[in-house]
Design a binder for this molecule. Sequence first.
Ligand SMILES: [Mg+2]
Length: 174
Amino acid sequence: MFNLNALIEKCRPGLIVRDIREIDFRSLKARGINALIFDIDDTLLPRAVNDISPDLFERIATLKQEGFRLCLTSNSRHPLRVKYIGKTLGVPAISFGFKPLPFAFRRSLEILQAEPAETAMIGDQLFMDILGANLVGLYSIFVWHKIPESFAPRIWMREAENRVLSKLGFSALP
Ligand SMILES: [Mg+2]
């Protein structure tokens, strides 16, 4: 039988941050995380931005130097944008991911040659990035920007996310 509470529990992030710069990657390493799957839009850079900032470029280079395997996994329907960002950062990139369905996560794990238990998914959408990651058994990191949305379906989605987060006990940012 359909169990709403179980589904809500599957949306529970392992960690919540406001920005990827807040993530302590060393502590992830210490807990056995060697592979990172990043969402692109509104996680690595804003949806409307195509330019990679020097700061982001350096951050990704540092993660590689620290031995993390990286993959970008996006639901974007703009494959050229995804390809450009992946190429610029030197990281494999998947578009049309259809998260939270498991296919793109499985494909990412193949690319990364990683097991779910050693992999973290970092993304800004609770019902796509976090739910999907949890269903596949990845460590999930939610980037909770709280940036106001202007497009109605996105406003409703963020409201629904906030309701679920509040049910999970995260009514304020940590
Ligand atoms: Mg996103």
